[in-house]
Structure formats: C-alpha cells, structure tokens
Design a protein around this ligand. Sequence first.
Ligand SMILES: *Cc1c(COP(=O)(O)O)cnc(C)c1O
Ligand code: SF4
Length: 347
Amino acid sequence: MIPAAPLTMQPRRWQQAWREAVREPRELLALLGLGEVALGVSDAAAAQFPLRVPRSFVARMRHGDPHDPLLRQVLPLDAELRPVPGFGLDAVGDGAAKAGHGVIHKYEGRALLVTTGSCAVHCRYCFRRHFPYAEETAAANGWREAIAAVRADPSIEEVLLSGGDPLSLATAKLVELTDALRAIPHVRRLRIHTRLPIVLPERVDAELCDWLASLPWPVALVVHANHANEFDADVDTAMRALRDTGAVLMNQAVLLRGVNDDVDALAALGERGFAAGVLPYYLHQLDRVAGAAHFEVDDATALALHAALVARQSGYLVPRLVREVAGDASKRPMTGHGDGRITPSVA
Ligand SMILES: *Cc1c(COP(=O)(O)O)cnc(C)c1O
Ligand code: SF4
C-alpha cells in the first residue's frame, strides 16, 4: 500500500476544494439542517454579490443554528438591500487612491497591490463588494504596470499583496511577481493579506511554502479570522507550515454585529489565534459600505468592548481597534475616554 501523502504535499488539491465551494443559499441551509426559515435569506442579495463558501468552512458552522457566527458572515440577506444613509459604494476612498494599474498607494512607505478580484469566500461585509476589481488587478499584463509603479517610487519599502485574495492566484503567478520585485533595491519587506489559510487551509501546500521560504525579504502574513470557531485542526496545520517558512503571522478581524461583538468572543479569538501561532493585529470598525449596515457596531460599544478586552487579556492578545477614514495618512486608532467620547481626529 502506498501511504497517503500529507495534506500539504498534494498538488492542486486546493483548486479542487475551491471549485467545490457552496454557491447556492438553499444548499448551504440544507447542509446545516436549516429550512428556509425566517432568516431573511435573499436571492436578490445573492444576485448582487454571490454566495461563495468553501465546504470545509461550512463544516465549522454549528448544525441547526441560524445564528452561527460563521454562517452570518456569508449568508446573503434581505437586510443588505435596504439603503442606509452613510453607507456608500467606495467607503474607504480607494477609487481616488490608485497610483497605477492595481496599485493603491495611500500610506507612507507601503504600496498595496490589488492582485486579483477573486476570493475563496464571499464575506457579506466586505468593503470591496462594489469595487470594479475586474479591470484593476495588478496581475494583468504580467504585473508590468504594477512593477513599474513600485520601481518608480523609491519611498516604497513594503509591497503589500491584497485583493481580493492574493493566494487565490496560482503560486507560479506569485513567483512571477516576486522575481520581478527582487530586482528593485528599495523593496525591503513583503506583506500578504489573505483569508485563504483560514477558509481554505488546503491552499497552504508545499509549493506555496517553498515560495514563501525562498523570498529574500522578511514576510508578514496577515490572515483574517473573525471568530475562534474559524480555527480547526487543518487551519492549525496550515499555520504551522506557514510559520515554518519564517513568515510572521498576524490576524486582522472586523468587528461585526452578531458575529463577534461580545467580549468573550473577542477574547476567545485572540486566544485561539495565538494557539495557532497568530498574533492579533487589527480589529477594524466596519467600513460603511452599502449592504453591510446590519453588521455595524456603534463606536461607543466598540470602545467599551475593546476596553473590556484590555482589562482582561494579556496585552499581546489585544488587537488595535482602528477605523479607516478616507484621506487619512493611516488607519485611525480609536481610543475612548471611558465615557463614550472618542479622541478627535488627528488627520
Ligand atoms: C490598510 C492599508 C495598508 C496597510 O496599513 P497598515 O496600517 O500598515 O496595516 C496599506 N495600504 C492601503 C491602501 C491600506 O488600505
Ligand atoms: S476574503 Fe477579504 S477581500 Fe475577500 S470577500 Fe472576504 S473580506 Fe472581502
């Protein structure tokens, strides 16, 4: 008998898992033993931004629980179609910040490459759900324009791969990019923002890890999990493999009503992440994007939750609470005064 190869050695297993993602709201409900109950599931919302969720992520949802925190992140609801004042199409000003094809250079020293519009999971709160990424990806034309933009600006020390999800690209495509970046002397760090190791841990295969280990720069790999239940044994294995490449692992989360807006859930997320070798980075206040208003947690509540976390957890397990404000020079840290007042803008 030929012993089965370890998970991470099987080539192209992740593409198959990607293709097999659940895309029908009714199938998702059936898998969870939920009827078409009064969940407010919406075909019209799914037509705007389709449901997409990998089966291994579905397997981490609680059977029969319409309030499951993982389910809430992906289920298209009627509530998304209600226009809410203040919730628009380009909540963070990315439309105005493009420096070149698929390059967003908003902050000092860091250029963000919109590598692709694809994601393995479609998160209903995503601020990118309305952004015209199909025409804006840096990977187009063999990365030529993106590389030219980075090369032309010596102030860019860090290249940040984002999207969409950069790890939805084939590893060979990523190799193509980093081979070109190697020739640019002012590039000193690489950062990757990806949700794939969480939602589709099969993506962390030997080919990906070989690529990461071969890079000449320190690598920061920022994953995205919003709830402790997103971690399981396969995610632990993926995180270990990523750490073994020398990458530093961090997590960013979005504060989401009905998902993680209580102090126990946030504390558990920090602890579970750390058990997998991931330190918390940011806890984002929701970007006010049309269709996501039902996820919003008001600032006073967000600050109170954060203060409660600070009071009970080791400092390194507490993420920084931030909001992105169009035109600011950085993500804006939120700090309270214990009375619900918020520090005035420092922009
Ligand atoms: C969030 C973001 C970054 C990274 O900001 P950090 O505070 O360094 O994490 C860089 N560029 C853009 C366009 C961003 O939106
Ligand atoms: S993985 Fe990230 S970019 Fe993709 S839909 Fe979710 S939040 Fe948006």
